[in-house]
Design a protein around this ligand. Sequence first.
Ligand SMILES: NC(=O)c1ccc[n+]([C@@H]2O[C@H](COP(=O)([O-])OP(=O)(O)OC[C@H]3O[C@@H](n4cnc5c(N)ncnc54)[C@H](OP(=O)(O)O)[C@@H]3O)[C@@H](O)[C@H]2O)c1
Length: 253
Amino acid sequence: MVNYSLQGKTALVTGGTRGIGAAIVAKLLAGGATVVTTSRTPVDNLPAGVHYVQADLGTPEGATQLAEQTLEHFGGKLDILVNNAASGQAHPQGAASIPDDEWRSALDTSYLSAVRVTSRLLASLLESRGAIVNISSAVTLEVVPALAHYAAAKAALEKYSQTLAAELAPQGVRLNVVIPGNVLTPGADKIRQDIADAAGIPLEAMTAGTPLGRAGIPTDIAEAVGFLVSDQAEWITGSQLLVDGGASVGLAA
Ligand SMILES: NC(=O)c1ccc[n+]([C@@H]2O[C@H](COP(=O)([O-])OP(=O)(O)OC[C@H]3O[C@@H](n4cnc5c(N)ncnc54)[C@H](OP(=O)(O)O)[C@@H]3O)[C@@H](O)[C@H]2O)c1
């Protein structure tokens, strides 16, 4: 593994207390960045030196609180923003069964959270000519009725990201999207278990059989993020990097 140098850089990673977010926090720390992270539920096992802010990013107030405390901690300077936090639940009976408040919640937690946090921190990112990575999902490339609300929110995130990347490029801020496939994490495993139970299939069937022969692990995603926020990616913006073991690109035999 390569640890691209992030010495002197300040970074905010949302949802860094477990799963993919925790791996991204570890990757940025390994490169020498100083890191702030956030979640709704405080934990006591964060790596040394990580500054924690408790906030619910499903609300505008939570995004404001996080942005203010991040800038306060870093003295107003932010170089790297990774919008990773997202949450939701499966609706195994399909898209038509998803209630109105769940559609709204999906948009708030899996799309507008990133929009709000980015907007509130944009002045600082422009000042530092920083780098943003938004974490989407390969569910945008598939049809998964149980996750229609989440897929719609992530599709919106991808379009927003493309548009904002074009706006920010002339001002020196890069914005890229990483699109994970099935990655073994606490949050996603619960969602997949609910879908597997409803379908009467084992959990393993949900994650088996990528062309590269295994399900993803959080560090697979963190490696991609670590590169995209580094100076080695200085000519990359507006991209969507699919990290899914080949599952979504027709490689299956
Ligand atoms: N794992 C996969 O297979 C997979 C596949 C495609 C895309 N993704 C994407 O990858 C990202 C990370 O997923 P994961 O599987 O690592 O999830 P996870 O294990 O559930 O971790 C999610 C993290 O985000 C935080 N979070 C969730 N909702 C939040 C909110 N409203 N406000 C603040 N923090 C919040 C969680 O803490 P609290 O719950 O305490 O708030 C936790 O730290 C998400 O954007 C997800 O959509 C994952």
